[in-house]
Design a protein around this ligand. Structure first.
Ligand code: ARG
Length: 585
Protein backbone atom coordinates (compact mmCIF):
# COMPACT_ATOMS: atom_id res chain seq x y z
CA UNK A 1 0.00 0.00 0.00
CA UNK A 2 2.93 2.31 0.54
CA UNK A 3 3.64 2.26 -3.16
CA UNK A 4 0.11 3.53 -3.90
CA UNK A 5 0.39 6.12 -1.18
CA UNK A 6 3.58 7.45 -2.74
CA UNK A 7 1.91 7.66 -6.15
CA UNK A 8 -1.00 9.63 -4.71
CA UNK A 9 1.24 12.00 -2.79
CA UNK A 10 3.43 12.57 -5.80
CA UNK A 11 0.38 13.28 -7.99
CA UNK A 12 -1.06 15.73 -5.48
CA UNK A 13 2.28 17.42 -4.94
CA UNK A 14 2.56 18.13 -8.63
CA UNK A 15 -0.59 20.23 -8.40
CA UNK A 16 -0.57 21.76 -4.93
CA UNK A 17 1.57 24.77 -4.14
CA UNK A 18 2.55 23.70 -0.63
CA UNK A 19 3.83 20.13 -0.27
CA UNK A 20 1.83 17.49 1.62
CA UNK A 21 3.05 14.33 3.38
CA UNK A 22 1.74 11.07 4.80
CA UNK A 23 0.17 12.98 7.67
CA UNK A 24 -2.20 14.80 5.33
CA UNK A 25 -3.66 11.64 3.79
CA UNK A 26 -6.32 10.01 5.92
CA UNK A 27 -7.04 6.30 5.97
CA UNK A 28 -10.82 5.73 6.20
CA UNK A 29 -11.39 3.04 8.78
CA UNK A 30 -13.73 1.21 6.41
CA UNK A 31 -11.87 0.28 3.19
CA UNK A 32 -15.22 0.23 1.37
CA UNK A 33 -15.13 4.01 1.53
CA UNK A 34 -11.72 4.11 -0.07
CA UNK A 35 -8.12 3.40 0.79
CA UNK A 36 -7.00 6.98 1.20
CA UNK A 37 -8.81 10.26 1.58
CA UNK A 38 -7.59 13.79 1.20
CA UNK A 39 -9.71 16.39 3.02
CA UNK A 40 -9.78 19.75 1.26
CA UNK A 41 -10.81 21.99 4.18
CA UNK A 42 -7.37 23.52 4.71
CA UNK A 43 -6.96 24.33 1.05
CA UNK A 44 -10.43 25.83 0.94
CA UNK A 45 -9.64 28.12 3.82
CA UNK A 46 -6.42 29.26 2.26
CA UNK A 47 -7.83 29.74 -1.22
CA UNK A 48 -11.17 31.05 0.07
CA UNK A 49 -13.08 28.59 -2.15
CA UNK A 50 -15.71 25.95 -1.63
CA UNK A 51 -14.00 22.73 -0.41
CA UNK A 52 -16.26 20.45 -2.46
CA UNK A 53 -15.36 22.40 -5.59
CA UNK A 54 -11.67 22.12 -4.79
CA UNK A 55 -12.04 18.35 -4.39
CA UNK A 56 -13.76 18.13 -7.77
CA UNK A 57 -11.11 20.24 -9.52
CA UNK A 58 -8.31 18.23 -7.98
CA UNK A 59 -9.92 14.95 -9.05
CA UNK A 60 -10.11 16.22 -12.60
CA UNK A 61 -6.49 17.37 -12.69
CA UNK A 62 -5.14 14.24 -11.02
CA UNK A 63 -6.50 11.83 -13.62
CA UNK A 64 -3.42 12.01 -15.82
CA UNK A 65 -0.99 12.17 -12.92
CA UNK A 66 -2.00 8.97 -11.13
CA UNK A 67 -1.82 5.40 -12.48
CA UNK A 68 -5.01 3.73 -13.62
CA UNK A 69 -4.87 1.21 -10.75
CA UNK A 70 -6.03 4.00 -8.42
CA UNK A 71 -9.64 5.14 -8.79
CA UNK A 72 -10.36 8.74 -7.86
CA UNK A 73 -13.73 10.00 -6.66
CA UNK A 74 -15.08 12.80 -4.50
CA UNK A 75 -17.48 12.91 -1.61
CA UNK A 76 -18.20 16.42 -0.39
CA UNK A 77 -14.96 18.01 0.70
CA UNK A 78 -13.10 14.72 0.41
CA UNK A 79 -11.07 13.38 -2.42
CA UNK A 80 -11.16 9.58 -2.20
CA UNK A 81 -8.74 7.07 -3.63
CA UNK A 82 -9.50 3.40 -4.08
CA UNK A 83 -6.97 0.84 -5.21
CA UNK A 84 -8.42 -1.66 -7.69
CA UNK A 85 -8.68 -5.00 -5.86
CA UNK A 86 -6.70 -7.21 -8.20
CA UNK A 87 -3.78 -4.76 -8.05
CA UNK A 88 -3.87 -4.69 -4.30
CA UNK A 89 -4.41 -8.35 -3.43
CA UNK A 90 -1.42 -9.94 -5.07
CA UNK A 91 1.06 -7.27 -4.13
CA UNK A 92 -0.08 -7.14 -0.49
CA UNK A 93 -0.13 -10.87 0.12
CA UNK A 94 3.12 -11.38 -1.76
CA UNK A 95 4.92 -8.84 0.43
CA UNK A 96 3.45 -10.13 3.68
CA UNK A 97 4.39 -13.71 2.93
CA UNK A 98 7.55 -13.06 0.99
CA UNK A 99 9.90 -13.50 3.92
CA UNK A 100 10.14 -16.27 6.49
CA UNK A 101 7.54 -16.70 9.20
CA UNK A 102 8.68 -13.71 11.25
CA UNK A 103 6.58 -11.06 9.60
CA UNK A 104 8.85 -8.39 8.21
CA UNK A 105 6.13 -6.68 6.22
CA UNK A 106 6.49 -2.95 6.76
CA UNK A 107 10.00 -3.20 8.16
CA UNK A 108 12.64 -0.79 6.90
CA UNK A 109 16.36 -1.44 7.01
CA UNK A 110 17.78 -0.81 10.46
CA UNK A 111 19.38 2.53 11.22
CA UNK A 112 18.77 3.98 7.78
CA UNK A 113 16.82 6.90 9.16
CA UNK A 114 17.57 9.64 11.68
CA UNK A 115 18.69 9.34 15.28
CA UNK A 116 15.75 9.63 17.62
CA UNK A 117 16.25 9.82 21.36
CA UNK A 118 13.21 8.77 23.36
CA UNK A 119 13.19 9.33 27.07
CA UNK A 120 10.50 7.46 28.93
CA UNK A 121 9.42 5.69 32.11
CA UNK A 122 11.79 7.58 34.46
CA UNK A 123 10.22 6.57 37.79
CA UNK A 124 11.33 8.17 41.03
CA UNK A 125 13.41 6.06 43.34
CA UNK A 126 11.44 7.29 46.35
CA UNK A 127 7.98 6.74 44.93
CA UNK A 128 7.87 3.22 43.53
CA UNK A 129 6.60 2.45 40.04
CA UNK A 130 3.24 4.12 39.77
CA UNK A 131 0.46 3.43 37.33
CA UNK A 132 1.27 6.83 35.78
CA UNK A 133 4.69 5.43 34.92
CA UNK A 134 3.00 2.66 32.98
CA UNK A 135 1.63 5.32 30.64
CA UNK A 136 5.05 6.69 29.89
CA UNK A 137 6.63 3.24 29.75
CA UNK A 138 4.05 1.62 27.48
CA UNK A 139 3.97 4.54 25.05
CA UNK A 140 7.73 5.14 25.06
CA UNK A 141 8.54 1.49 24.55
CA UNK A 142 5.95 1.14 21.77
CA UNK A 143 7.24 4.21 19.92
CA UNK A 144 10.82 2.94 20.33
CA UNK A 145 9.96 -0.45 18.89
CA UNK A 146 7.95 1.00 16.02
CA UNK A 147 10.67 3.56 15.35
CA UNK A 148 13.35 0.88 15.14
CA UNK A 149 11.16 -1.30 12.96
CA UNK A 150 10.76 1.64 10.61
CA UNK A 151 14.50 2.21 10.31
CA UNK A 152 15.13 4.97 12.84
CA UNK A 153 18.16 4.77 15.03
CA UNK A 154 16.25 4.89 18.29
CA UNK A 155 18.12 5.46 21.54
CA UNK A 156 16.09 4.98 24.70
CA UNK A 157 16.92 6.65 27.98
CA UNK A 158 15.53 6.15 31.47
CA UNK A 159 15.86 9.43 33.37
CA UNK A 160 15.45 7.90 36.82
CA UNK A 161 14.49 10.33 39.56
CA UNK A 162 17.52 9.45 41.64
CA UNK A 163 18.67 12.86 42.85
CA UNK A 164 17.23 15.69 44.86
CA UNK A 165 16.18 16.73 48.38
CA UNK A 166 14.21 13.52 48.79
CA UNK A 167 17.45 11.71 49.57
CA UNK A 168 18.24 14.26 52.23
CA UNK A 169 14.77 13.63 53.66
CA UNK A 170 15.22 9.90 53.62
CA UNK A 171 18.66 10.09 55.24
CA UNK A 172 17.21 12.13 58.09
CA UNK A 173 14.21 9.81 58.40
CA UNK A 174 16.50 6.79 58.69
CA UNK A 175 18.63 8.53 61.29
CA UNK A 176 15.57 9.45 63.34
CA UNK A 177 13.12 6.56 62.87
CA UNK A 178 15.05 3.83 61.08
CA UNK A 179 16.06 1.73 64.09
CA UNK A 180 13.88 -1.19 63.02
CA UNK A 181 14.85 -1.17 59.41
CA UNK A 182 15.96 -4.62 58.14
CA UNK A 183 19.58 -4.98 57.01
CA UNK A 184 18.46 -5.10 53.39
CA UNK A 185 15.46 -2.77 53.26
CA UNK A 186 13.08 -3.05 50.34
CA UNK A 187 11.93 -0.05 48.40
CA UNK A 188 8.62 -0.17 50.27
CA UNK A 189 10.42 0.11 53.62
CA UNK A 190 12.17 3.20 52.35
CA UNK A 191 9.04 4.73 50.89
CA UNK A 192 7.27 4.22 54.24
CA UNK A 193 10.01 6.08 56.06
CA UNK A 194 9.89 8.82 53.47
CA UNK A 195 6.16 9.19 54.01
CA UNK A 196 6.72 9.29 57.76
CA UNK A 197 9.21 12.12 57.27
CA UNK A 198 6.55 14.24 55.63
CA UNK A 199 4.11 13.64 58.47
CA UNK A 200 6.66 14.58 61.11
CA UNK A 201 7.84 17.61 59.15
CA UNK A 202 4.36 19.08 59.35
CA UNK A 203 4.82 19.27 63.11
CA UNK A 204 8.50 20.15 63.08
CA UNK A 205 9.60 22.37 60.18
CA UNK A 206 13.29 22.23 61.20
CA UNK A 207 13.32 18.73 59.71
CA UNK A 208 13.12 20.28 56.26
CA UNK A 209 16.25 22.32 56.97
CA UNK A 210 18.08 19.24 58.14
CA UNK A 211 17.06 17.42 54.97
CA UNK A 212 18.29 20.27 52.78
CA UNK A 213 21.61 20.20 54.57
CA UNK A 214 21.88 16.46 54.08
CA UNK A 215 21.18 16.81 50.35
CA UNK A 216 23.79 19.54 50.05
CA UNK A 217 26.26 17.11 51.59
CA UNK A 218 25.28 14.56 48.97
CA UNK A 219 25.89 17.13 46.24
CA UNK A 220 29.32 17.69 47.74
CA UNK A 221 30.14 13.96 47.53
CA UNK A 222 30.13 13.34 51.28
CA UNK A 223 31.17 9.63 51.49
CA UNK A 224 28.72 8.50 54.16
CA UNK A 225 25.54 9.86 52.64
CA UNK A 226 26.76 8.92 49.15
CA UNK A 227 27.12 5.28 50.18
CA UNK A 228 23.60 5.37 51.61
CA UNK A 229 22.20 6.97 48.46
CA UNK A 230 23.89 4.37 46.25
CA UNK A 231 22.22 1.59 48.16
CA UNK A 232 18.77 3.15 47.77
CA UNK A 233 19.27 3.55 44.04
CA UNK A 234 20.43 -0.04 43.61
CA UNK A 235 17.51 -1.45 45.58
CA UNK A 236 14.95 0.51 43.61
CA UNK A 237 16.52 -0.04 40.21
CA UNK A 238 16.53 -3.76 40.83
CA UNK A 239 12.77 -3.63 41.52
CA UNK A 240 12.11 -1.50 38.44
CA UNK A 241 14.04 -3.91 36.26
CA UNK A 242 11.73 -6.75 37.27
CA UNK A 243 8.80 -4.72 35.99
CA UNK A 244 10.62 -3.87 32.77
CA UNK A 245 11.29 -7.51 32.18
CA UNK A 246 7.60 -8.32 32.50
CA UNK A 247 6.81 -5.56 30.03
CA UNK A 248 9.63 -6.54 27.62
CA UNK A 249 11.02 -3.06 27.95
CA UNK A 250 14.66 -2.26 27.56
CA UNK A 251 16.74 0.91 27.80
CA UNK A 252 19.94 1.76 26.03
CA UNK A 253 20.92 4.00 28.92
CA UNK A 254 19.92 4.31 32.54
CA UNK A 255 21.05 7.89 32.85
CA UNK A 256 19.22 9.07 35.94
CA UNK A 257 19.26 12.63 37.20
CA UNK A 258 22.39 11.94 39.26
CA UNK A 259 24.29 10.95 36.14
CA UNK A 260 24.66 14.61 35.24
CA UNK A 261 25.62 15.89 38.70
CA UNK A 262 29.22 16.75 37.88
CA UNK A 263 28.15 18.80 34.89
CA UNK A 264 25.99 21.13 36.94
CA UNK A 265 28.51 23.45 38.57
CA UNK A 266 30.53 24.09 35.39
CA UNK A 267 27.29 24.74 33.51
CA UNK A 268 26.02 27.18 36.14
CA UNK A 269 29.36 29.01 36.22
CA UNK A 270 29.39 29.38 32.47
CA UNK A 271 25.82 30.68 32.40
CA UNK A 272 26.65 33.17 35.12
CA UNK A 273 29.69 34.39 33.18
CA UNK A 274 27.56 34.84 30.08
CA UNK A 275 25.01 36.76 32.20
CA UNK A 276 22.27 34.39 31.09
CA UNK A 277 21.76 33.39 34.68
CA UNK A 278 20.92 36.29 36.95
CA UNK A 279 20.51 36.62 40.67
CA UNK A 280 17.04 37.14 42.04
CA UNK A 281 16.32 37.16 45.77
CA UNK A 282 19.41 35.03 46.40
CA UNK A 283 18.48 32.39 43.83
CA UNK A 284 19.77 32.15 40.26
CA UNK A 285 17.23 32.29 37.46
CA UNK A 286 16.96 32.53 33.69
CA UNK A 287 14.27 35.06 32.70
CA UNK A 288 12.20 33.67 29.80
CA UNK A 289 9.74 34.63 27.15
CA UNK A 290 7.69 32.18 25.10
CA UNK A 291 7.70 31.90 21.32
CA UNK A 292 5.29 34.85 21.01
CA UNK A 293 7.45 37.06 23.16
CA UNK A 294 5.16 36.79 26.18
CA UNK A 295 6.75 36.44 29.61
CA UNK A 296 7.13 32.87 30.79
CA UNK A 297 7.73 31.94 34.42
CA UNK A 298 11.51 32.32 34.89
CA UNK A 299 13.44 29.10 35.30
CA UNK A 300 15.29 28.69 38.59
CA UNK A 301 18.54 26.80 38.11
CA UNK A 302 20.10 27.30 41.53
CA UNK A 303 18.35 27.79 44.84
CA UNK A 304 19.28 30.20 47.58
CA UNK A 305 21.19 27.56 49.50
CA UNK A 306 23.27 26.71 46.41
CA UNK A 307 21.48 23.42 45.63
CA UNK A 308 20.45 22.58 42.08
CA UNK A 309 16.93 21.55 41.09
CA UNK A 310 15.10 19.25 38.70
CA UNK A 311 15.29 21.79 35.86
CA UNK A 312 19.05 22.29 36.30
CA UNK A 313 19.52 18.59 35.74
CA UNK A 314 17.26 18.60 32.70
CA UNK A 315 19.14 21.43 31.01
CA UNK A 316 22.50 19.73 31.64
CA UNK A 317 21.08 16.36 30.54
CA UNK A 318 19.82 17.69 27.22
CA UNK A 319 23.18 19.29 26.43
CA UNK A 320 25.06 16.13 27.37
CA UNK A 321 22.77 13.94 25.30
CA UNK A 322 23.15 16.16 22.28
CA UNK A 323 26.91 16.15 22.55
CA UNK A 324 27.05 12.39 22.92
CA UNK A 325 24.27 11.28 20.59
CA UNK A 326 23.81 14.08 18.02
CA UNK A 327 20.09 13.32 17.80
CA UNK A 328 17.76 14.70 15.16
CA UNK A 329 14.77 14.45 17.42
CA UNK A 330 14.43 14.00 21.17
CA UNK A 331 11.09 13.14 22.75
CA UNK A 332 10.26 13.26 26.45
CA UNK A 333 7.27 11.12 27.36
CA UNK A 334 6.09 12.73 30.56
CA UNK A 335 2.72 13.65 32.12
CA UNK A 336 0.85 16.79 31.09
CA UNK A 337 1.44 18.27 34.54
CA UNK A 338 5.05 18.95 33.52
CA UNK A 339 4.16 21.01 30.48
CA UNK A 340 5.50 24.26 31.91
CA UNK A 341 8.66 22.57 33.08
CA UNK A 342 9.54 21.41 29.58
CA UNK A 343 8.59 24.75 28.07
CA UNK A 344 11.07 26.32 30.45
CA UNK A 345 13.82 23.80 29.82
CA UNK A 346 13.53 24.10 26.04
CA UNK A 347 13.44 27.91 26.27
CA UNK A 348 16.58 27.96 28.43
CA UNK A 349 18.35 25.75 25.90
CA UNK A 350 17.34 28.06 23.07
CA UNK A 351 18.45 31.09 25.03
CA UNK A 352 21.86 29.49 25.55
CA UNK A 353 22.01 29.26 21.77
CA UNK A 354 21.35 25.57 21.18
CA UNK A 355 19.40 25.61 17.94
CA UNK A 356 18.78 21.84 18.21
CA UNK A 357 16.43 22.62 21.11
CA UNK A 358 13.71 23.09 18.51
CA UNK A 359 14.00 19.36 17.79
CA UNK A 360 13.11 18.53 21.39
CA UNK A 361 9.49 17.80 22.18
CA UNK A 362 7.44 16.97 25.20
CA UNK A 363 4.91 14.21 24.47
CA UNK A 364 2.40 14.67 27.28
CA UNK A 365 -0.16 12.23 28.64
CA UNK A 366 -3.12 12.37 31.00
CA UNK A 367 -3.65 10.66 34.34
CA UNK A 368 -5.42 7.52 35.44
CA UNK A 369 -8.73 7.85 37.25
CA UNK A 370 -10.06 4.96 39.28
CA UNK A 371 -13.68 4.04 39.71
CA UNK A 372 -12.79 1.70 42.52
CA UNK A 373 -13.29 3.67 45.74
CA UNK A 374 -10.31 2.13 47.50
CA UNK A 375 -7.97 3.36 44.83
CA UNK A 376 -9.52 6.70 44.01
CA UNK A 377 -9.20 8.07 47.53
CA UNK A 378 -5.47 7.49 47.42
CA UNK A 379 -3.54 10.70 47.78
CA UNK A 380 -2.08 12.12 44.56
CA UNK A 381 -3.01 9.13 42.40
CA UNK A 382 -0.56 7.05 44.38
CA UNK A 383 -1.47 3.68 42.92
CA UNK A 384 1.36 1.35 42.01
CA UNK A 385 1.55 -0.56 38.78
CA UNK A 386 2.03 -3.81 40.64
CA UNK A 387 -1.21 -3.57 42.56
CA UNK A 388 -3.14 -2.82 39.38
CA UNK A 389 -1.47 -5.77 37.69
CA UNK A 390 -2.37 -8.06 40.56
CA UNK A 391 -5.98 -6.92 40.51
CA UNK A 392 -6.17 -7.44 36.76
CA UNK A 393 -4.55 -10.85 36.88
CA UNK A 394 -7.02 -11.94 39.55
CA UNK A 395 -9.92 -10.94 37.35
CA UNK A 396 -8.37 -12.66 34.33
CA UNK A 397 -8.05 -15.91 36.30
CA UNK A 398 -11.71 -15.74 37.21
CA UNK A 399 -12.65 -15.23 33.59
CA UNK A 400 -10.38 -18.04 32.49
CA UNK A 401 -12.07 -20.41 34.85
CA UNK A 402 -15.44 -19.58 33.35
CA UNK A 403 -14.09 -20.06 29.86
CA UNK A 404 -11.98 -23.18 30.07
CA UNK A 405 -14.42 -25.47 28.39
CA UNK A 406 -12.17 -26.73 25.63
CA UNK A 407 -8.74 -25.75 26.86
CA UNK A 408 -7.14 -26.99 30.02
CA UNK A 409 -4.23 -25.40 31.82
CA UNK A 410 -2.03 -26.82 34.51
CA UNK A 411 -1.25 -24.51 37.45
CA UNK A 412 2.01 -23.18 35.97
CA UNK A 413 0.45 -22.51 32.63
CA UNK A 414 -2.48 -20.81 34.27
CA UNK A 415 -0.15 -18.49 36.15
CA UNK A 416 1.88 -17.71 33.07
CA UNK A 417 -1.03 -17.22 30.69
CA UNK A 418 -3.09 -15.16 33.13
CA UNK A 419 -0.14 -12.82 33.60
CA UNK A 420 0.35 -12.51 29.86
CA UNK A 421 -3.33 -11.72 29.40
CA UNK A 422 -3.37 -9.23 32.28
CA UNK A 423 -0.31 -7.43 30.94
CA UNK A 424 -1.77 -7.42 27.46
CA UNK A 425 -5.03 -6.05 28.83
CA UNK A 426 -3.37 -3.21 30.73
CA UNK A 427 -0.92 -2.22 28.04
CA UNK A 428 -3.55 -2.29 25.33
CA UNK A 429 -6.08 -0.32 27.35
CA UNK A 430 -3.45 2.29 27.96
CA UNK A 431 -2.14 2.50 24.42
CA UNK A 432 -5.47 2.44 22.74
CA UNK A 433 -6.55 5.62 24.47
CA UNK A 434 -5.55 9.00 23.14
CA UNK A 435 -2.47 9.71 25.31
CA UNK A 436 -3.46 13.27 26.01
CA UNK A 437 -6.75 12.31 27.67
CA UNK A 438 -7.17 10.99 31.20
CA UNK A 439 -7.89 7.29 31.47
CA UNK A 440 -10.87 5.97 33.38
CA UNK A 441 -9.78 2.63 34.67
CA UNK A 442 -12.57 0.09 34.63
CA UNK A 443 -11.50 -3.47 35.32
CA UNK A 444 -14.45 -5.04 33.52
CA UNK A 445 -13.76 -3.10 30.38
CA UNK A 446 -10.02 -3.67 30.53
CA UNK A 447 -10.39 -7.43 30.67
CA UNK A 448 -13.50 -7.95 28.54
CA UNK A 449 -12.59 -10.92 26.33
CA UNK A 450 -15.30 -9.96 23.86
CA UNK A 451 -14.67 -6.21 23.77
CA UNK A 452 -12.08 -4.18 21.92
CA UNK A 453 -9.34 -5.17 24.32
CA UNK A 454 -5.90 -6.71 24.59
CA UNK A 455 -7.28 -10.17 25.46
CA UNK A 456 -9.55 -10.03 22.44
CA UNK A 457 -6.58 -9.36 20.17
CA UNK A 458 -4.48 -12.04 21.82
CA UNK A 459 -7.35 -14.42 21.32
CA UNK A 460 -7.64 -13.53 17.61
CA UNK A 461 -3.98 -14.35 17.25
CA UNK A 462 -4.28 -17.75 18.92
CA UNK A 463 -7.32 -18.46 16.78
CA UNK A 464 -5.30 -17.98 13.59
CA UNK A 465 -2.82 -20.43 15.04
CA UNK A 466 -5.41 -23.00 15.83
CA UNK A 467 -6.97 -22.81 12.37
CA UNK A 468 -3.56 -23.45 10.84
CA UNK A 469 -2.94 -26.31 13.25
CA UNK A 470 -6.29 -27.91 12.55
CA UNK A 471 -5.64 -27.64 8.83
CA UNK A 472 -2.41 -29.48 9.26
CA UNK A 473 -4.00 -32.20 11.36
CA UNK A 474 -6.87 -32.77 8.98
CA UNK A 475 -4.79 -32.87 5.80
CA UNK A 476 -3.41 -36.12 4.38
CA UNK A 477 -0.02 -36.52 5.99
CA UNK A 478 2.55 -35.81 3.35
CA UNK A 479 0.82 -33.03 1.52
CA UNK A 480 -0.29 -31.65 4.83
CA UNK A 481 3.21 -31.09 6.11
CA UNK A 482 4.33 -29.54 2.92
CA UNK A 483 1.48 -27.13 2.58
CA UNK A 484 0.68 -26.12 6.09
CA UNK A 485 4.03 -26.03 7.80
CA UNK A 486 5.32 -23.34 5.61
CA UNK A 487 2.59 -21.45 3.94
CA UNK A 488 3.94 -19.41 1.10
CA UNK A 489 2.60 -17.06 -1.45
CA UNK A 490 1.20 -18.59 -4.58
CA UNK A 491 -0.11 -16.11 -7.18
CA UNK A 492 -2.49 -18.55 -8.82
CA UNK A 493 -4.06 -19.53 -5.51
CA UNK A 494 -4.66 -16.03 -4.21
CA UNK A 495 -6.67 -15.23 -7.33
CA UNK A 496 -9.32 -17.45 -5.78
CA UNK A 497 -9.79 -14.92 -3.01
CA UNK A 498 -12.53 -12.83 -4.47
CA UNK A 499 -15.27 -12.63 -1.86
CA UNK A 500 -16.07 -9.23 -0.42
CA UNK A 501 -14.81 -10.16 3.07
CA UNK A 502 -11.60 -11.64 1.74
CA UNK A 503 -10.73 -8.58 -0.26
CA UNK A 504 -11.57 -6.31 2.64
CA UNK A 505 -9.32 -8.25 5.00
CA UNK A 506 -6.43 -8.20 2.55
CA UNK A 507 -6.78 -4.48 2.09
CA UNK A 508 -6.83 -3.91 5.82
CA UNK A 509 -3.70 -6.04 6.24
CA UNK A 510 -1.99 -4.01 3.55
CA UNK A 511 -2.38 -0.88 5.65
CA UNK A 512 0.03 -2.03 8.31
CA UNK A 513 3.03 0.10 7.19
CA UNK A 514 0.78 3.14 6.75
CA UNK A 515 -0.41 3.00 10.33
CA UNK A 516 3.09 2.44 11.68
CA UNK A 517 4.30 5.53 9.90
CA UNK A 518 1.39 7.57 11.20
CA UNK A 519 1.94 6.29 14.74
CA UNK A 520 5.43 7.79 14.52
CA UNK A 521 4.36 11.02 12.89
CA UNK A 522 1.63 11.68 15.45
CA UNK A 523 3.58 10.08 18.35
CA UNK A 524 0.52 7.95 19.07
CA UNK A 525 0.63 4.22 19.54
CA UNK A 526 -3.19 4.37 19.48
CA UNK A 527 -2.86 4.63 15.71
CA UNK A 528 -1.51 1.06 15.67
CA UNK A 529 -3.69 -0.20 18.53
CA UNK A 530 -6.92 0.86 16.83
CA UNK A 531 -5.73 -0.52 13.55
CA UNK A 532 -5.22 -3.95 15.12
CA UNK A 533 -8.86 -3.82 16.16
CA UNK A 534 -9.79 -3.11 12.53
CA UNK A 535 -7.90 -6.26 11.56
CA UNK A 536 -9.74 -8.44 14.05
CA UNK A 537 -13.06 -7.06 12.85
CA UNK A 538 -12.22 -7.75 9.22
CA UNK A 539 -10.91 -11.16 10.19
CA UNK A 540 -14.08 -11.91 12.14
CA UNK A 541 -16.22 -11.08 9.12
CA UNK A 542 -14.04 -13.19 6.86
CA UNK A 543 -14.17 -16.14 9.21
CA UNK A 544 -17.93 -15.93 9.57
CA UNK A 545 -18.61 -15.72 5.85
CA UNK A 546 -15.82 -17.76 4.31
CA UNK A 547 -15.19 -21.21 5.67
CA UNK A 548 -11.57 -22.12 5.60
CA UNK A 549 -11.39 -25.83 6.27
CA UNK A 550 -13.19 -28.48 4.27
CA UNK A 551 -13.50 -26.48 1.06
CA UNK A 552 -12.29 -27.45 -2.35
CA UNK A 553 -8.55 -28.01 -1.51
CA UNK A 554 -7.22 -25.11 -3.53
CA UNK A 555 -9.70 -22.73 -1.98
CA UNK A 556 -8.84 -23.99 1.50
CA UNK A 557 -5.19 -23.41 0.70
CA UNK A 558 -5.85 -19.91 -0.56
CA UNK A 559 -7.77 -19.06 2.59
CA UNK A 560 -5.05 -20.53 4.75
CA UNK A 561 -2.67 -18.12 3.08
CA UNK A 562 -4.90 -15.32 4.22
CA UNK A 563 -5.09 -16.71 7.77
CA UNK A 564 -1.32 -16.94 7.91
CA UNK A 565 -0.94 -13.37 6.63
CA UNK A 566 -3.35 -12.17 9.32
CA UNK A 567 -1.47 -14.10 11.99
CA UNK A 568 1.81 -12.49 10.99
CA UNK A 569 0.55 -8.94 11.03
CA UNK A 570 -1.25 -9.45 14.34
CA UNK A 571 1.83 -11.04 15.88
CA UNK A 572 4.10 -8.25 14.70
CA UNK A 573 1.66 -5.50 15.59
CA UNK A 574 1.06 -6.85 19.10
CA UNK A 575 4.76 -7.34 19.72
CA UNK A 576 5.48 -3.78 18.64
CA UNK A 577 2.95 -2.59 21.20
CA UNK A 578 4.56 -4.79 23.84
CA UNK A 579 1.64 -7.19 24.19
CA UNK A 580 2.62 -10.79 24.96
CA UNK A 581 1.32 -13.59 22.76
CA UNK A 582 -0.05 -16.51 24.79
CA UNK A 583 0.29 -19.87 23.05
CA UNK A 584 -3.24 -20.87 23.93
CA UNK A 585 -6.20 -19.10 25.43
N1 ARG B 1 10.86 11.31 37.37
C1 ARG B 1 9.84 12.15 36.86
C2 ARG B 1 8.47 11.73 37.41
O1 ARG B 1 8.27 10.59 37.75
C3 ARG B 1 9.76 12.10 35.37
C4 ARG B 1 11.01 12.52 34.67
C5 ARG B 1 10.72 13.13 33.36
N2 ARG B 1 11.86 13.40 32.57
C6 ARG B 1 12.62 14.49 32.63
N3 ARG B 1 13.63 14.58 31.83
N4 ARG B 1 12.35 15.44 33.48
O2 ARG B 1 7.59 12.56 37.49
Amino acid sequence: MERFEKQILSGLNQILDSPITTKDLEIPSDPNLGDFAFPCFHLAKRQKKNPAQIAKDLAENLKTLIPGSIEISTLGAYLNFKIKPHEAISSILASILEEDGLGHYGELTQNTRNTWVIEYSSPNIMKAFLISHLRSTALGAALSRIGRFRGFQVISINHLGDWGTQFGKLAIAIKLYGQHLPAKPTIHDLVNLYVRFHKEAEKDPTLEDQAREAFLKLEQDDPEITAFWKQCVETATCDFKKIYEKLSVHFDYYWGESFYKHLLTPMLESLKRKKLLIESEGAWIVPLTDEFGKDLTPCILQKKDGATIYATRDVAAAIYRYEKLRFHRMSYIVGTDQKLHFQQVFSVLKKIGHTWASNCEHIPFGMYRFKDAKMSTRQGNFVTFEEVLKLTQGKVKELMEQRTLQITFNENEKEEVSEQIALGALVFFDLRADPIKDIDFDLDRVTDFEGETGPYLQYAHTRCHSILRKAKESAPNKIGDKIYDNICFDPSLVLLLSQKEEILLIKVLGRFPLHLERALEFSKASQLANYLIDITKAFGAFYRECHVLGQEPRLTQARLILVEATRRILARGLSLLGIPLPKKM
